[in-house]
Ligand binder design. Structure first.
Ligand code: ADP
Ligand code: GLC
Length: 491
């Protein structure tokens, strides 16, 4: 099969979260199964062309794209996804993408991703490369199924192309006023009352994608079930219920070439399941680096996250006093909402020997924390999949998570299984979204940390888990098959 994989962020070029990790690794795994994959993303000015081996595509040249009645020139650059034969195409439109940030709150955010999506379609036309599948990810790409079928239906090259939409986070939907669809020259029946793109009087890119893609999936089975409920669906439970026969959950995999303590280029002391003496050395290194005192008997709890409410920071705020009473040290790496940045700064000032906070994005530090921390905390309100808890398992860093979405699908609670006589738990999890439940779980982890035999068992259980991409990539190929079957159905 030929697959065009479209994403607004792809590691190593641009990353704000897990979508970039997925978009940087899944296409390679699908290619490894024998398919031809090309990936597409905007060419932001946040990464260096030379550093990543981008080449301007002279043969494609300048592509005029009209948005809101104005014509913009779009150019194309190409590189290879590192370590693979997957071609990466970069849609270059300086007016929209040279903003020093991947996502903005600028008033033309809709236009930025309209240009991108039309740009992708026009590049496919100019390459005369006919994909069997266009695989879209999140709202920034969710109009492509509709655009291909409507605005570009005159081009018969897409007649047999099927579309897939993967939802990585339903709370981000691309909601704008109706003018966004006018700017994209999408027919008014799609945004007038009752139209597939209409939502609460405006337009919603994700909703249009849910109704127009041949199949839809999200990134874990539990989140797929949760998305059908009002508490987690953020308004999309209705369209998703409508499409229920074509809606699936496929758990993300992780790239163990990048996230593996045996080979991790960012950690000073490599270690493995057979000899993880290096882990303690990494902890010492990390604590020195953070100017925190080292005490082998005190667990170090790590957080690496976007600082947004989704990730559980509101219950962390309520739990802070209780958490600080525990005999543990903390390292927090994140950036996001000001109130949470301020909260952690405040805690750091209050407990300088106990807490270290790095506000910002730091890839190297995220690896050091995975390797050096003893416990990893991820108490998300909702979590479509979550990658950090999966990385943590491989690094013998025991995750404490809320039982939701992908966290529920990847972390087995030690005590829950112990009660059934099974020593197979890989971490700690709690159900109720409350400060008390959170403190109680962290407390359990801190207590067990003191029981060396128990702790080692939990670490080893986690390190043995295999969440590599192969199985998930095979499921995506199956999904592509379903999508092709569905193609031909009319809207
Ligand atoms: P989400 O995509 O919702 O943010 P995931 O767990 O799927 O959550 O993925 C987050 C990814 O982003 C991980 O690779 C994590 O290491 C990384 N990450 C998040 N915040 C930071 C940060 N401040 N610095 C470096 N990496 C970060
Ligand atoms: C989103 C989700 C996260 C998921 C990632 C990759 O950002 O919040 O849970 O792991 O996408 O699919």
């Amino acid at each position: 099969m030929k697959i065009a994989f479209i994403s607004s962020e792809i590691f190593p070029y641009a990353k704000t979260g897990g979508l970039a990790d997925v978009a940087g690794s899944l296409p390679k795994e699908i290619a490894a199964l024998g398919h031809e994959v090309k990936v597409f993303m905007p060419k932001y000015n946040t990464f260096g062309e030379a550093e990543h081996g981008l080449h301007y595509q002279w043969d494609i040249g300048e592509i005029p794209i009209r948005v809101d009645g104005r014509v913009h020139s779009v150019y194309v650059h190409k590189a290879n996804l590192p370590g693979s034969n997957v071609e990466a195409y970069f849609i270059d439109c300086p007016h929209y993408f040279h903003r020093f940030r991947i996502y903005t709150n600028d008033i033309d955010e809709d236009e930025r991703f309209i240009v991108f999506q039309k740009g992708v379609i026009e590049v496919l036309q100019r390459l005369q490369w006919v994909p069997d599948i266009i695989h879209c990810n999140d709202w920034q790409t969710a109009l492509i199924p509709l655009l291909v079928r409507e605005n570009y239906s005159w081009d018969r090259m897409f007649d047999s192309t099927a579309t897939v939409l993967t939802i990585h986070n339903v709370a981000y939907q691309g909601r704008f006023t109706k003018s966004a669809f006018e700017k994209a020259e999408i027919k008014d029946k799609y945004y007038l009352h009752g139209g597939i793109g209409e939502y609460e009087g405006g337009v919603n890119f994700l909703k249009a994608g849910i109704y127009s893609a041949n199949v839809i999936n999200t990134v874990s089975e539990t989140y797929a079930r949760e998305l059908l409920t009002p508490a987690y669906g953020y308004g999309m439970q209705t369209p998703l219920s409508f499409r229920i026969r074509d809606f699936f959950g496929i758990l993300n995999g992780v790239d163990y070439n990048i996230w593996n303590p045996e080979t991790d280029q960012f950690i000073p002391h490599k270690y493995s399941i057979d000899d993880f003496s290096g882990k303690l050395k990494n902890k010492k290194f990390l604590l020195d680096h953070l100017h925190l005192p080292f005490d082998e008997s005190v667990p170090l709890i790590g957080i690496v996250s976007r600082l947004v409410t989704q990730k559980g920071f509101d219950i962390i705020a309520y739990a802070l006093n209780g958490l600080m009473e525990l005999n543990a040290q903390w390292v927090i790496l994140g950036s996001g909402e000001y109130k949470y940045e301020e909260m952690f700064q405040h805690i750091k000032n209050h407990y300088p020997d106990k807490v270290s906070v790095y506000l910002g994005f730091n890839n190297e530090l995220s690896h050091l924390i995975e390797a050096g921390a003893d416990i990893f905390l991820m108490p998300s309100y909702y979590e479509p999949c979550g990658l950090n808890q999966i990385y943590s398992l491989k690094y013998g860093t025991v995750p404490v998570v809320r039982k939701t979405g992908g966290l529920a699908d990847t972390v087995q609670d030690w005590n829950e299984f112990l009660a059934q006589g099974k020593e197979i738990g890989t971490g700690y999890s709690f159900h109720d979204y409350t400060a008390n439940a959170l403190i109680h779980s962290v407390q359990r982890a801190v207590n067990d940390f003191g029981l060396k035999d128990v702790w080692t068992k939990i670490q080893l259980n986690g390190m043995r888990m295999d969440y590599s991409w192969k199985r998930s990539a095979e499921k995506y190929v199956e999904l592509y098959g379903k999508s092709l079957k569905n193609n031909g159905k009319k809207l």
